[in-house]
Design a protein around this ligand. Sequence first.
Ligand code: B12
Ligand code: SF4
Ligand code: SF4
Length: 374
Amino acid sequence: MDSSVRLAQLAKSAASDAGFDLCGIAAISEPEFRELAHFPAWIAAGYAGEMEYLKSKDERGQLKRASPRATAPWARSVIVCALNYDTDEPYSTELAHHRERGWIARYAWSQQDYHDVLFKKLRQVEARLHQAVDSSSALGLPPQPELITRCYVDTGPHVERVYAKYAGIGWIGKNTCILNEKLGSWIFLGVILTSLELAPDLPAADRCGTCTRCIDACPTNALLAPYKLDATRCISYLTIEKRGKIPEELRPGIGNHVFGCDICQDVCPWNGGATQTARSSATFASAPGLQPRPELVNPALDWLAEMSREDFQQTFKGSPLKRSKYSGLRRNAAVAMGNSGERAFIPSLEKLACDEDSIVASHAAWALQQLVKP
Ligand code: B12
Ligand code: SF4
Ligand code: SF4
């Protein structure tokens, strides 16, 4: 058997042993990753907002993320691993009437930060590849050149979803998420770039068809067209990445979201289509670190808004929520209170409107105005 096929099989069985639900391989060769051609125009249009890391350039002035060759000229293959994070909890679209409670995105309920969970597993796959190459003659493989590998979970200058499509993990949906036929889009991605030539998989075929549910459901109209997300309008960006002031015209659309947003995935027929009943056959996350913390599912807004800095640090140590920072989470909770129509929040907001953090205070003042409107 060809050594690229044997090594690809080895990588996949190592991924399965490490606990990944899916693993596929894409070749880094010409012509490569057609969708990356859209990346420079996306940046030029300003859709990345304040996410400066997406705009980084190499010494030739080219956007690093527009090609894997920019930062990894030695890479010949990319191993893409995926881990299911779905759990048996309701969808945000089912609980939207609980306006007095907030919504934290499904991915962030976990006991541990997903970066740590996936990285540990990627390291196990990487170690197996190194062992195989070190003992290539014992395995009956021809001598292999020196092996270079790099593992990434969000952290590198790579558009992981494009690699995932070509590795056959899933297709890029009109909501820009990777969708797998069996698992839907509730999957995290982790990638290993390698200098090894590995037998590639076939790209996943687009199965969105004529559906436009995600585009129609987005409350801030962030999906400008199929596959085209203006991140500066996306609730996920506004509540997690954006520091300081949230543009006023976008605040009503944020609804009860305090960290991230699941709507364009909740409504997707490949995820069960907005109702939990339709998900009876869903496969749920098995990784212990990705099991949900019950207090983060549909949390009370005043709990988040009134949290002390010490409580925030303690509660969200090792959790994805620490990314919004103390100021950001309380700002978001104030906006959600303003959108709730719940006058019982007025005393809490009056207190927040005098907060020493001017961002929290100004968003609380806006929220108060919403609640006292005739
Ligand atoms: C920055 C970022 C964000 C930003 C921007 C999102 C985005 N769509 O780009 C924000 C903060 C908004 C965000 C939100 C979310 N994110 Co995010 N995010 C990233 C990150 C770090 C980089 C993504 C990136 O490079 N975007 C650049 C733009 C240009 O890419 P894009 O919108 O995907 O566009 C590509 C395609 O749409 C493509 N394309 C394909 N076909 C076509 C056809 C046409 C005509 C056109 C024009 C374009 C086009 O062109 C683009 C590539 O050049 C990745 C990790 C990584 N390093 O890759 C995680 C990642 C994409 N995020 C992830 C997750 C889970 C989320 C959220 C679900 C979290 C949440 N619940 O709040 C939401 C989903 C929102 C959404 N609808 O995408 C997962 C996605 C897993 C999956 N199944 O797809 C990733 C892969 C992290 C991980 N390691 O698991 N995220
Ligand atoms: S995550 Fe929410 S705001 Fe962002 S595109 Fe999807 S539905 Fe719209
Ligand atoms: S909701 Fe429809 S259009 Fe959007 S990603 Fe899912 S299948 Fe594709």
